[in-house]
Design a protein around this ligand. Sequence first.
Ligand code: SF4
Ligand code: SF4
Length: 97
Amino acid sequence: MIVARIEDKLFLNRYKTDERNAHLKIKDEKICFEKCGAHNRPCTYVCPADVYEWDGQHMEVKFEGCLECGTCRIACPFDNIEWEYPNGGYGILYKFG
Ligand code: SF4
Ligand code: SF4
């Protein structure tokens, strides 16, 4: 039996990234640093595409890989993520495999 890994499935998707306009932003990095440690920074583990990465001081947001699922903005306990759909023509194009 062949079991497909999520990484293999994600590889099938195509992205057109709007490099100049991040559609995801952290509203206040101080909240991530000072308050969210107690919540284990949910954005770093709920996102299926590993968009958020905590380096111990700052939150890196690799918005280019976003699947536009909306999970992070629901999971953030401080409503600290500015979330918009990418501009028209940009973003993810799903392929099924
Ligand atoms: S879940 Fe929200 S507040 Fe917590 S680290 Fe992520 S963006 Fe910051
Ligand atoms: S919308 Fe989904 S894929 Fe995009 S950053 Fe949030 S959780 Fe990750």
